[in-house]
Design a protein around this ligand. Structure first.
Ligand SMILES: NC(=O)CC(=O)O
Length: 413
């Protein structure tokens, strides 16, 4: 994979030019795209800035995020050829930092659940996950060092786990959602994919203009970590359970105190409320598409919006009250824990391309608005990941604990 940190080191040392770094991405895309299918479209001869902390960094942009110089098609025929007038705020930020938004990446239609044609680079007969399918697959295939995705349920963390890459779904609204097609305004969150935790941390610190988010010189010690099985979300597959235990061992070997933690029922109830909030808002956010182009909607999304027609404002308001109560209770949990450790996905990437997998281990945390980091777990089989979660606004701690666990796992402790 292309490491953003390694590329920046070579660029700073003058061992690599910005044009040369972009060429590395273009060559990798040419080599892997035919079998992976992560891209929707790309610049063949991009303008390459020579100044800025991200000069020479090629970025993949999920195709619900507006770009003024490339079409934004939402993964839907309804928006075939659509050309936004302006860049989304995050794309403008990338350009201001010198980065090159090189390609638009495949997405499930409107960032929901209908699968794309993108294949998992680790096993082309399996899904890369969704809805940020192309972003996760492109980083995993070494095509780009950084990719943007979004998460409403589990669309950043789950594909990152399936593809074996690092990713963060940051605290809610840490990054601007201006210029990104809305599915659920209470949930939609921009996320980042990179080769490793340090790559994602460095990118987020720059994009959010918060240097404190980047990894500290020293790994944190004595971290109090709550290991959460989320049994209300169902069982995880044996390989996911083993990956979680390996992460626990790695954390303990590096001085963390890991305790099994059950969550209060009010938080479990909020997990059940996520789909109500999501689908009630999606019904409004996609009202035009549903009214004017229902037959052109992808089948799973069409069924999802059909079912959403029966949701009530009263039910939506009750779900939001439950989420608010759960967020308050989660603050108490984080008064006794520095981070939580849980599953990133139920197990390996599902076989075939018919499903992008289940967000059942992700959706609660999206509703809570807390920072979530996927840590790839090395192993002989298909990629697996575990999820490190910190309190709202403490993205730097989530990344620091994730980097500690990543280091322990890589060292095989
Ligand atoms: N957009 C989403 O997060 C949906 C999903 O988890 O697949």
């Amino acid at each position: 994979m292309l490491s953003l940190v390694d590329l920046r080191t070579r660029l700073s040392a003058g061992d690599l030019s910005p044009e040369g770094a972009i060429r590395l991405a273009q060559e990798a895309i040419a080599a892997r795209e035919p079998e992976v299918g992560a891209l929707v479209c790309r610049h063949d001869a991009p303008l390459v800035a020579t100044r800025g902390p991200l000069a020479g960094i090629a970025v993949g942009v999920k195709d619900i995020i507006d770009t003024a110089d490339l079409p934004t098609q939402m993964g839907s025929t309804i928006y075939a050829g659509w050309r936004p007038r302006a860049d989304a705020a995050i794309v403008s930020r990338l350009r201001a930092l010198g980065a090159v938004p090189l390609a638009k990446m495949t997405t499930c239609a409107f960032a929901s659940v209908d699968p794309t044609a993108t294949r998992n680079p680790h096993n082309l007969a399996r899904t890369p996950g969704g809805s940020s399918a192309g972003s996760a697959a492109a980083v995993a295939a070494g095509m780009v060092p950084l990719a943007l995705g979004t998460q409403t349920g589990g669309s950043v963390i789950r594909p990152a786990a399936f593809c074996g890459v690092a990713a963060i779904k940051p605290s809610f609204r840490l990054l601007p959602m201006v210029g990104i097609k809305t599915f659920s305004w209470a949930l939609d969150t921009l996320g980042l994919f990179g080769a490793g935790i340090r790559d994602v941390a460095g990118a987020l610190a720059l994009l959010a203009d918060r240097p404190g988010i980047d990894l500290p010189e020293e790994s944190p010690t004595g971290m109090r970590i709550g290991l959460v099985l989320q049994d209300f979300a169902g069982e995880a597959d044996p390989e996911a359970v083993e990956a979680l235990q390996a992460a626990r061992r790695a954390a303990e070997a590096l001085g963390a105190v890991v305790t099994d933690l059950g969550l209060p029922e009010a938080i479990a109830e909020a997990w059940r409320c996520h789909p109500i909030v999501q689908d009630y808002e999606a019904r409004q956010a996609l009202a035009w598409e549903y009214a004017a182009h229902r037959d052109a909607l992808t089948p799973l999304l069409r069924a999802q919006l059909d079912a959403a027609q029966g949701l009530t404002a009263e039910g939506y308001d009750a779900a939001r009250r439950q989420a608010h109560q759960a967020r308050r209770m989660l603050k108490d949990v984080f008064s006794e824990h520095d981070a939580l450790l849980t599953f990133s996905a139920p197990g390996y990437a599902p076989a075939g391309l018919a499903s992008t997998g289940s967000p059942r281990f992700n959706r609660l945390w999206t509703l809570m608005g807390v920072p979530c980091v996927n840590v790839p777990v090395p192993g002989p089989g298909l990629p697996l990941g575990v999820q490190v979660i910190a309190r709202f606004g403490d993205d730097g701690r989530a990344l620091a604990v994730a980097a500690m666990i990543e280091r322990g796992l890589r060292a095989g402790v």
